[in-house]
Every structure is written in C-alpha cells, then in structure tokens.
Design a protein around this ligand. Structure first.
Ligand code: UDX
Length: 445
C-alpha cells in the first residue's frame, strides 16, 4: 500500500489495523522503528507518509471513506477443527468482510490481497450482500507476488500484476479501476486480467511451483552428498537449459517463510476436498521433502560431532528464513535448533536483524520444552565472534552477506578442535575454510 501511495500521489491510501502499537510504529517519526525491516521501505514511507499515505486505527472511518478496500489480513494454517494443520483459517477475512458490510454506506470494490483458497470471493460476496443494503459490492482477487527482502524492488518492477474479477460489465468496470491504479507505474502488458477463480488459484500454484523447485534441487543435494556430484554445478548445468532457467535452484537447509508451506498445505487440502487424492499427494511431497532436508541437516551435525552434541556449544549464524528480512516465520533455523536442543546442545545464535525476543518466541511456540529451558539452553548474542568462540561447530542457517566477510582464521583459532562448519546455505568458501583447517560441510557437496 505504501508503494501504491508513493506511485499514485493523487490517491489517498489509509492503512488501518486494530493493533494500536503497530500503527504507532508505522507513524513513528524515526523510520528505523517501522515494524517491518525491508530494504528501501523506509524511503517509500518517508516520501508518502502524511502526503497521501496514512496509518490509523480508525477502521470504520477508513472503510466509510474508501471507494476500494484491500483485505490484507493473515490467513494462517488452521490450528483447530476441520482441516486442522492444512486448510487456511479465513476467520480474519470473514471478519473484515462483515465489518465492510456493516459500515458501508456507498458502493465498494473489495480487493482480496491476502492469499486465499480458490472460491473465497464467493463467500466474501455472500457476506457483503447479506446486510441487504442497496449497494453494489464488487470483489476482485489481486494476489501479491512480492518476495520478502526484495519487496520494494518487486513492487516497483513486478513481473506481472494479476487481477481477477467478475465477467459482467460491473465486474469489468471494477477490474479496470484497479488496473488503472497499477498502470500508474506498471506497463499495461504486464497487468493480467482473469476470472476470479483463476486469479485465486494462480497464487497458490505459483508458490507451489517455486517451492517445488527448491524441494527438487534439495532432493538432488542428498544424492550429491552420496555420489560425489556437486549440487551447485548441477544447478548451473540444468539452469542453462532455457526451458528450466537458472533461478530458484539454490539448494538449502530447506525453504521457510510465511507462504510456501501454508499455501501448499492449503492446495493439498483443496485437492483432497475435491476428492483429488493423487493431486494432493503429489504436492504434499514438496513439504515432506522440505521436512526431510531440515532433519537431514540437523542429523548430520549430530553424526559428525561424534554422535553427540550434549553440552556442546554450537553457533547458529542466522535465524531469519532468508537474508535481508527480520521475518522468521517457518524458518528452517527454528526446526534445526529444536532438533539440536532435543539432543541437549547449547546453542549460541547470532542474526544481524532478528531480535532475541523473537527467537525465544519461535522456540516457545513449538511447545517442545519449557520457556525457562529455552532461555537456559539458547543464548542470543549481538556479536558473531562471541557466538563462535569456543564452539564445537558453526551452523549457517541464513545466507546473510556479512557471513562471507568474517575473519575465519580468527574464528578457527577461537574454536574447539576439530572445528566444524555446517553451511546450510552454501555461502562460505568451503575450499578456503578447508585450508584453514575446518571440517567443512556444505549442502549437496
Ligand atoms: C515467496 C514467493 O517467492 C513470493 O512470490 C510470494 O509472494 C511469497 O512467497 P518469500 O517467502 O518472501 O516469497 O521468499 P522466497 O524468496 O520465495 O524464499 C522462500 C524460501 O525458499 C526461503 O527460505 C529461501 O531461502 C528458500 N529458497 C529460495 C531456497 O532455499 N532456494 C532457492 O533457490 C530459493
């Protein structure tokens, strides 16, 4: 929404949330206190805030004043009842729709920005019309394809903008109104319009395909480690085939983030609910492979450290699910840490952007052990050298650029011997570390 405000000064954008603390942070004069760390975001907010971008807790006023309302709330995996662990929880989306229906005194275009199961627009439409008001509500689907860490860049130069809308005249009018907003900075031929169901399902499909690529290369990484092949060499060799392409072939400790797992589980659930068992099983395997990759990485650490990490200090470099973000949702680091803690390791974590409270909250959320125990076994430090000093092993969980710049000779001298580096992101120069004296293990090497 900040980028829409930046690129379209003639449109007034009001971002509303019930959470006062969060809105206060978005309004903080010190732009370093924005609730989300994202390269380039504070510059966008600085340009538009107070001009045509506003942050407020007055949800009803904003709905009343708006011609177009974007629903951008959380759709987490359900943790209860039918579809538990798989289906998307649409509680917040429904609450938004009900609130819009209640407050509206004029026609509204309601835009699904949250990622939603196919056919959700139908439910939203029914709720909007249930108040029996003589108003016209149009529901559009406009999924967001930005990736974290490159969000602003992706929004400024999207590969495509996708808008799904009703096929009748009113639907097309609404669809064109939204397309006109994006046309303020995106070429028209990159603005795709489809029916609502295709748009909703495209988002789940895009994430499923992307995650599938990571799981596919990760499956090959396990084979590389057994056979002497090198997964990066393979990625390069297959990526030069223009039908395959070079992107998203970086083998890793496993994908994380708020989208991939949730959206695939949701896709699997939808397929199951239509009775399409083979389709469901096919996509579920992407998740299983990812779980295997995380477990395999952790198991390997234990095995290489002579089958026990009990009482051993292990440094974890990185906690975020990828570089250039402070987001930790579904980060592989959480699961690797949990596994190592079950083996009674002593973990020292360093991440340049993630705060200690977040790291403890992520571990507590798993409910594997008491909060006290998490704090006793895990230390979070602001200095990577402190994390690695006197450690038996270093595990790299996020591909932060700064990890490449460390004085590894100094790190080696400070560590217990034999000194191990388990590089879950293949960011280090394995040959150089080997020359220093480390036992180095990358993924698929
Ligand atoms: C993803 C989609 O890319 C984006 O289009 C969608 O809108 C939201 O979900 P995001 O989760 O922010 O974006 O990050 P992404 O760059 O896709 O990475 C997801 C995970 O896959 C990360 O943990 C990343 O480290 C991992 N990954 C990605 C790999 O392990 N290897 C790769 O080659 C690419």
């Amino acid at each position: 929404m900040a980028v829409i405000a930046q690129k379209c000064p003639g449109i007034k954008v009001t971002v509303v949330d019930m959470n006062e603390q969060r809105i206060a942070a978005w309004n903080d004069p010190n732009l370093d206190n924005l609730p989300i760390y994202e390269p380039g975001l504070k510059e966008v907010v600085a340009e538009a805030r107070g001009r045509n971008l506003f942050f407020s807790t007055d949800v009803e006023d904003a709905i009343d004043a708006a011609e177009m309302v974007f629903i951008s709330v959380n759709t987490p995996t359900k943790t209860y009842g039918i579809g538990k662990g798989m289906a998307a929880d649409l509680k917040y989306v429904e609450l938004c729709a009900r609130q819009i229906a209640r407050v509206a005194k004029s026609d509204k275009i309601v835009v699904e920005k949250s990622t939603l199961p196919v056919r959700t627009a139908q439910s939203i439409r029914t709720i909007l019309n249930a108040e029996g008001k003589d108003l016209n509500f149009q529901v559009l689907s406009n999924p967001e394809f930005l990736a974290e860490g490159t969000a602003v860049q992706d929004l400024h130069k999207p590969d495509r903008v996708l808008i799904g809308g009703g096929q009748d005249e009113a639907g097309q009018r609404a669809l064109n109104a939204l397309a006109d907003i994006y046309a303020g900075w995106v070429d028209r031929d990159r603005i795709l319009t489809t029916n609502v169901w295709s748009s909703e399902l495209s988002k789940l499909t895009a994430n499923a395909f992307l995650a599938q690529r990571v799981s596919s290369i990760n499956a090959i990484s396990a084979l590389c480690e057994k056979s002497g092949a090198d997964v990066d060499e393979i990625a390069r060799a297959i990526g030069m085939d223009s039908r395959i392409g070079p992107k998203f072939l970086k083998s890793s400790v496993g994908f994380g983030g708020s989208c991939f797992q949730k959206d695939i589980l949701n896709l699997v659930y939808i397929a199951q609910s239509y009775g399409l068992t083979e389709v469901a099983d096919y996509w579920e395997q992407v998740i299983k492979m990812n779980d295997y990759q995380k477990r395999r990485f952790a198991e390997n650490i234990v095995q290489k450290l002579f089958n026990t990490v009990s009482g051993k200090k292990i440094a974890m470099l990185g906690w975020a699910f990828k570089k250039d973000t402070n987001d930790t949702r579904e980060s592989a680091a959480i699961y690797v840490a949990d596994y190592l803690l079950n083996e009674q390791a002593e973990l020292w974590v360093y991440d340049p952007k993630v705060k200690a409270e977040q790291i403890y909250a992520d571990l507590d959320y798993l409910n594997t052990r008491s909060e006290d125990e998490n704090r006793r076994l895990v230390k979070v430090v602001n200095d990577p050298y402190e994390a690695m000093d006197d450690a038996h092993a270093v595990a790299v969980l996020t591909e932060w650029d700064e990890f490449k710049t460390y004085d590894w000779q100094k790190v080696f001298e400070g560590m217990k011997k034999p000194a191990f580096v388990f590089d879950g992101r293949n960011v280090s120069n394995g040959r150089m570390l080997g020359t220093i004296g480390f036992h180095y293990q990358g993924i698929g090497k």
